[in-house]
Design a protein around this ligand. Structure first.
Ligand code: ZN
Length: 255
């Protein structure tokens, strides 16, 4: 018989109200899978569960329930408080959590995804507001890659030929459906849209760099949004629908 309780380390991705004072928490846990558990009394400030804040990393003792599991004890590991306090940082953290909520599943292990996300949320806490879009874009791209949805940005999806060395101002044919960039020869037979070269270049750079390297680049909002625009269309085609919080990032006027 399975044990009645289990220990998890997780990051809180979503909090949904349940009844008068409870919350249902969605977490990505250390093995990269998703769990949902009830935190009883979590909306009362005196409850231990009030520490289970959005984007925080926590260690929890969870009891198996008939329908939903129940958080019995919790200890804060990393508060990531800035991601709830500063508007720009909060706006940047929300699409990261929303994508994780969408692609993680109960029992679907992907341990690198937890480490990646923990590093990304910590990185987001450290950067200035102008660096937020680049960190968010980097996390979205890397999360998609870890989930098997990595865009092909170096070679043509039709024939495998490397991207021609174009000038920085040029437009690159991209097939979001087929999975990435398309060369001039294949462009005749594959339906494409033209993406600005800087968007492709920034996506490649963010995919290939660590968060420490991206922080050191000091990439401004223009670079971040170029990559986020690509992410938005990619997510639409490969995850199935828009992320509301990513749309908000484009319209919020914070950057
Ligand atoms: Zn080709």
């Amino acid at each position: 018989m399975a044990s009645a309780t289990y220990d998890v380390r997780g990051i809180v991705l979503r909090k949904t109200k349940l009844g008068e004072s409870d919350l249902v928490l969605t977490l990505i846990v250390e093995d990269g899978s998703q769990i949902r558990a009830v935190a009883k009394g979590a909306r009362k400030p005196t409850s231990f569960a009030s520490r289970l804040e959005l984007y925080s990393a926590v260690d929890a003792l969870v009891a198996r329930g008939r329908s939903l599991d129940i958080v019995k004890e919790a200890r804060l590991v990393e508060s990531n408080e800035r991601l709830r306090r500063d508007l720009e940082h909060a706006a940047g953290a929300a699409p990261m959590a929303e994508l994780l909520d969408r692609i993680t599943q109960l029992g679907l292990e992907n341990p690198r995804l937890f480490d990646l996300s923990r590093t990304a949320f910590r990185s987001l806490c450290r950067v200035t507001a102008s660096q937020v879009p680049a960190i968010t874009a980097a996390h979205l791209l890397k999360t998609l890659a870890f989930a098997g949805l990595r865009p092909s940005l170096d070679v043509c999806v039709g024939c495998g030929r490397p991207l021609e060395a174009d000038s920085i101002d040029s437009l690159v044919p991209v097939s979001f459906r087929e999975g990435g960039i398309v060369c001039t020869a294949c462009n005749a037979s594959i339906e494409t849209v033209l993406e600005p070269m800087p968007a492709i270049a920034w996506c490649r750079t963010l995919l290939a760099s660590t968060f420490a390297e991206i922080e050191a680049m000091d990439a401004g909002p223009a670079a971040g949004f170029a990559a986020l625009g690509f992410c938005r269309q990619w997510i639409r085609d490969h995850v199935g629908s828009d992320l509301k919080s990513l749309n908000f990032l484009f319209t919020c006027g914070l950057f």
